[in-house]
Design a protein around this ligand. Structure first.
Ligand code: SF4
Ligand code: SF4
Ligand code: SF4
Length: 288
């Protein structure tokens, strides 16, 4: 990491709940659900619009960028928010609204940290533009770097106007994810890699992912337990012992973020803090 990137890293991690465990329950983040479309099919994914479930891929509604800016205006006047992220409910880069939103956010709230999560398919294409828009941190979800393992995790990708399946699809996805991590990091964006631990599928492979993404410039990894849904609904959720073992192995290679409890695509406030962690569509606190 050069000196310039080092100081950016320090700036981001000081105030970002998803990059600094010590700050996780102290500073606020806001997700704006402006990106409903996705360009790949992860076998564990079920996106949904509802008010109840607390997990990624869920929001109570999809907002237009202008409404999302108005929402940020409101919530920043109510409490401490340091980070604004686009985390779906689909893939941020598959929705042009993400770019419009960040442009408008930079004007309306230049001091907020701009963050985004993506599956990485389009990251090589857009890494330069994201840096120009002032995006500070990106989370890329990479669940395998070996196509033989990845083919059991993803059903297809939509790329260059075509639907591509099987080994061909996952080879493109992995190549783009790794190039995207590298290009984003070279642009001074702080990159975290999220990996979903899928028992019996990638649990013994995550160390390989760690080595590869570290060599591409990722700063941090977050290993998350599978929430068995969609085509993977019959798999089991990893137990604590498996999670700890894999996180410890990964930590030998790259710092591991352990405080994540997988929040919604429309969450806002201080993560996990009673009375301070909200999402759109939630009944007001006075209703409890
Ligand atoms: Fe679902 Fe995200 Fe995978 Fe798209 S990238 S299929 S939204 S989990
Ligand atoms: Fe955290 Fe990801 Fe949201 Fe950024 S986009 S604030 S890293 S969950
Ligand atoms: Fe970020 Fe996870 Fe914390 Fe949500 S629970 S703010 S996604 S680290």
């Amino acid at each position: 990491m050069n000196e310039h990137n080092g100081s950016k890293f320090a700036h981001i991690t000081k105030a970002h709940p998803c990059f600094n465990e010590k700050m996780h329950d102290k500073v606020g983040r806001a997700h704006v659900p402006i990106a409903p479309k996705c360009n790949i099919f992860c076998n564990f994914c079920t996106r949904d619009l509802n008010n109840e479930e607390i997990r990624p891929g869920v929001a109570s509604c999809v907002m237009k960028p202008d409404d999302a800016i108005a929402h940020i205006d409101d919530i920043t006047s109510e409490g401490p928010i340091s980070v604004v992220g686009v985390a779906g409910p689909g893939d941020s880069l598959a929705n042009e609204e993400t770019f419009e939103f960040f442009k408008k956010l930079a004007k309306a709230h230049p001091d907020l940290i701009k963050c985004m999560s993506t599956n990485g398919l389009l990251l090589p294409k857009y890494a330069d533009e994201l840096a120009e828009l002032g995006v500070n941190s990106v989370t890329v979800t990479i669940n395998a770097v070996d196509p033989e393992i990845a083919k059991d995790i993803y059903s297809f990708i939509k790329y260059d106007g075509k639907v591509i399946k099987g080994i061909e699809a996952v080879k493109i996805l992995i190549k783009n994810q790794l190039e995207g991590v590298q290009k984003a990091a070279e642009n001074g964006i702080v990159v975290k890699v999220n990996t979903v631990l899928i028992p019996g599928v990638n649990d013994e492979h995550i160390v390989e992912i760690a080595k590869e993404v570290k060599s591409r410039g990722a700063a941090l990894m977050n290993v998350l337990p599978l929430i068995p849904l969609g085509k993977m609904k019959d798999l089991s959720r990893p137990d604590c012992a498996m999670m700890e073992k894999v996180r410890d192995e990964v930590e030998e290679i790259i710092p591991v973020f352990r405080a994540c409890t997988q929040c919604r695509a429309d969450a806002y406030g201080i993560p996990g803090k009673k009375g301070h962690d909200h999402h759109l569509g939630m009944a007001p606190q006075s209703h409890y």
